[in-house]
Design a protein around this ligand. Structure first.
Ligand code: NAP
Ligand code: GLV
Length: 349
């Protein structure tokens, strides 16, 4: 494999928050001359490394948003870049790009990324809403209301040509608990509260969200679960949250509990969910994420009458919004300003 160091280093135009590039010559470069004309991106290099996505529209969008930057799809042996825009990059990409300053993940969850061996100097930045929060609010409200209003039952009646009413249910008896009160959890909480359900939120540190009763840390998890009938998981996947939806926790939900997992498949112990559905303690589940994706054809979730499966689609990355956000953050870094969405490797999110 060719060594990345054979390429000349692109000059950096970053402010004091970034590491100085000691290899940069002091003399004026062509990129310095071009700085004003090209929007101050002065020869900055951006590598795009996307698994399961077409790179071309991202390349075009980033070039348009950051005139003057050299934006290219990564191939082994490519020139060293200053920043990268990635989804599930291989370890080889990280290993070959030791000069990278910032890694922009085109999703909110960074669990796949931080499993890689990353240099400590590399800043990982996740997408910060970028149009995902409202999608998540739609998805969760749809699953909640479909369950609460018994729309599955009406669909079955319709299929039989049967005109029959179900007794209205009290929303006070369907308190919603949201695990994770971050960018997405807060937006979901706001939407659910708009339908006048009681809302509880659990986070690692105390969070004040209007209309939401807050709980924080492991000590308050039992209280949160006991207050919840419809449980929404919007946690990042970290060692502390893996398997959090297991028999011990799910059995603490109110009888007739309902689970909506829109975070990561490894939050849920599949067999424990099935056992609690079969025992009747849980009434159903809507699952968007799975331990293995695509969900294998022989997985029992597909055929279970109380489970709704969707293909990891609750909040999709929106390309234009994401490019605008990433370009805005690169420009903020150039000005030496702090940016939102920086991942803390110690916390894992
Ligand atoms: P975020 O802003 O980082 O929020 C994470 C929340 O979880 C925070 O409130 C945090 O507490 C809490 N948390 C983390 N670890 C915890 C722990 N050990 N105990 C209690 N609370 C804990 O993340 P986000 O943008 O809302 O996204 C959440 C997750 O959604 C992502 O990580 C991703 O896995 C998933 N997601 C799924 C889809 C999809 O299509 N299915 C799309 C986008 C995202 P603090 O507030 O105290 O920090
Ligand atoms: C999708 O799952 C994301 O993390 O953005």
């Amino acid at each position: 494999m060719r060594r990345a160091t054979r390429w000349p280093r692109a000059p950096s135009c970053f402010g004091s928050r970034t590491r100085p590039d000691r290899s940069r010559p002091a003399r004026k470069t062509a990129s310095d001359v071009d700085r004003g004309r090209l929007g101050n991106n002065c020869g900055m290099r951006i590598a795009v490394c996307l698994t399961e996505q077409k790179a071309e529209p991202w390349l075009e969008g980033l070039r348009a948003a950051l005139p003057g930057a050299e934006v290219s799809a990564w191939v082994p042996g490519a020139a060293p870049a200053d920043h990268a825009v990635v989804w599930a990059p291989p370890q080889a990409f990280i290993d070959e790009q030791p000069a990278l300053q910032t890694l922009f993940n085109i999703g909110a969850g960074v669990d796949a990324l931080i499993k890689l061996r990353l240099p400590p100097s590399l800043t990982v930045v996740r997408l910060d809403d970028a149009g995902m929060a409202v999608q998540m609010a739609e998805y969760v409200c749809h699953a909640l209301i479909r369950h609460f209003r018994e729309f599955d039952g009406y669909e079955a009646d319709t299929a039989q040509g049967r005109w029959s009413f179900r007794k209205p249910r009290a929303r006070s008896e369907f308190p919603v608990g949201i695990l994770g009160m971050g960018v997405l959890g807060r937006r979901v909480a706001q939407a659910v509260a708009g339908f006048e359900f009681p809302v509880h939120g659990w986070s690692r540190t105390p969070q004040q969200v209007p209309g939401v009763r807050g709980y924080a840390g492991d000590a308050q998890l039992p209280q949160f679960l006991a207050a919840t009938r419809v449980l929404v998981c919007l946690l990042p996947l970290t060692p502390a949250t893996t398997d959090i939806l297991r028999h011990e926790t799910l059995s603490q939900l109110q009888p007739g509990g309902y689970v909506i997992n829109v975070a990561r498949g490894a939050h849920l112990v599949d067999a424990d969910l099935l056992a609690l559905l079969d025992s009747g303690h849980l009434a159903g589940a809507t699952l968007d994420v799975f331990r293995t994706e695509p969900l294998p054809a022989d997985h029992p979730f597909w055929q279970h009458p109380k489970i709704t499966v969707t293909p990891h689609t609750s909040a999709r990355t929106l390309r234009d919004e994401s490019i605008a956000q990433i370009a805005g953050k690169i420009r903020a870094l150039q000005r030496g300003e702090p940016i939102a969405g920086v991942v803390d490797p110690a916390r894992g999110y």
